[in-house]
Design a protein around this ligand. Structure first.
Ligand code: NAD
Ligand code: WQD
Length: 336
């Protein structure tokens, strides 16, 4: 018996692979490396001393996926594979709908064919759209997404809800991540965006190692304590452990969980913490707001705490320390 990690060579998938292997659970990874490197899996194997069954394939390719399902006995799928860049999704919406929706549909079809009961889906806080109040609770309405990427997450949640309604054997878990940052404390695996980073933490890391001259802080006139945007940053190792707990607690039907710390930090909180714990300068300039950004977003993680027995333990210091440790060790990510 093994767990299939789609997109398992990616940022969150590779950290999750480590947690599963360290807990004695065999994993298979399918990835087309559209946004990752096979090196990540080599490092996972080195860190854990365990083998990963690695398949290079597109999850949308049903025939190829069927061969992988035939060759293994999966009891669950953790579905990370997908495109995730918000801005790119506005420019290329159809590519996003095609890749993200098709991959989910193929998995549902093969789960039915091979009677694989469990699926844990990488959803996002973005499904809540523009929140009216914080913290965000799972019972709050979803939809009103601000970009095609967010809509793909919303639509896949709905597909999986309908899938579970129609199939008694199905156990569907929707994990709504907040803002994953940091890296494995070994510095061997981490976030490795292609091109100019869209997200705050990898941008800060690249400024800190001298790959970019300064950080642009998108607005300091939000209704927040220091005027910059507030988010719930969560260490990727805590997030990975959340998947392990979700797998262990899979149950018939559908359950959605927020995976966040429950604490919000501003852009400047993160920058100042990064500078302090790493003793490095991070020059920044305040620029205009980024279109589509919201002022404040953080989770109420009480449901995951209570039902999954999971809690984020690592703080902003560890997130900034581990992110920089990885970036310093491999300034060009997996291309080094
Ligand atoms: P990532 O890009 O590092 O990982 C995704 C992986 O999927 C990559 O290795 C990529 O090569 C692979 N992939 C994409 N399409 C594929 C396909 N059709 N077939 C096979 N492999 C494919 O991203 P990540 O940060 O690890 O995110 C993992 C998941 O979590 C994504 O679904 C993402 O939308 C979701 N998520 C991420 C964040 C975040 O901020 N990182 C937040 C919320 C949700
Ligand atoms: C965080 C804060 C920015 C970059 C996105 C997606 C979301 C989820 C996680 C997948 C904001 C500010 C950023 C920069 C800045 N992904 N910022 N300068 O926007 O909360 O969420 O990633 O599901 O769907 O929307 O994350 O890291 O881009 O931004 O000032 O160069 O940092 O304005 O306040 P965001 P982020």
């Amino acid at each position: 018996m093994a767990v299939l990690l789609t997109g398992g060579a990616g940022y969150i998938g590779s950290h999750t692979a480590v947690e599963f292997l360290e807990n004695g659970i065999d994993v298979a990874v399918v990835d087309n490396f559209s946004n990752s490197s096979p090196k990540a899996i080599e490092r996972v194997e080195k860190l854990t001393g365990k083998k990963v069954a690695l398949y290079e394939a597109d999850v949308c390719d049903k025939e190829k996926m069927r061969e992988i399902f035939k060759a293994n006995e999966f009891d669950a799928i953790i579905h990370f594979a997908g495109y995730k860049a918000v801005g790119e999704s506005v420019a290329k919406p159809i590519a996003y709908y095609r890749n993200n929706i098709d991959s989910a549909l193929v998995l549902c079809e093969l789960m039915t064919e091979f009677k694989v009961p469990g699926i844990v889906f990488s959803s996002s806080a973005t499904v809540y759209g523009v929140p009216e109040t914080v913290p965000l609770v799972e019972t709050m309405p979803t939809g009103n997404c601000t970009n095609p990427y967010g809509w793909t997450k919303y639509m896949i949640e709905q597909i999986l809800i309908d899938f579970a309604r129609a199939n008694d054997f199905a156990k569907v878990t929707l994990l709504r991540y907040f803002n994953p940052v940091g890296a494995h404390p070994s510095g061997e695996i981490g976030e490795d965006p292609l091109g100019i980073p869209n997200n705050l933490s990898p941008y800060v890391c690249q400024v800190a190692v001298g790959r970019r001259p300064f950080l642009s802080v998108f607005g300091n006139d939000y209704p927040t304590p220091d005027g910059t945007g507030v988010r719930d940053y969560i260490h990727v190792v805590d997030l990975a452990k959340g998947h392990l707990q979700a797998y262990r607690h899979m149950k018939q039907g559908v359950a959605a969980y927020n995976l966040g710390t429950g604490r919000g930090y501003s852009v400047l909180d993160l920058v100042e913490t990064f500078k302090r714990v790493n003793n490095v300068d991070v020059p920044y300039k305040i620029v205009d707001r980024r279109p589509g950004d919201i002022a404040t977003c953080y989770a109420d993680p009480a449901k995951a705490n209570a039902e999954l027995g999971w809690k984020a333990n690592l703080g902003l210091d560890e997130m900034c320390r581990d992110a920089y440790n990885w970036q310093r060790k491999y300034p060009n990510g997996y291309r080094d």
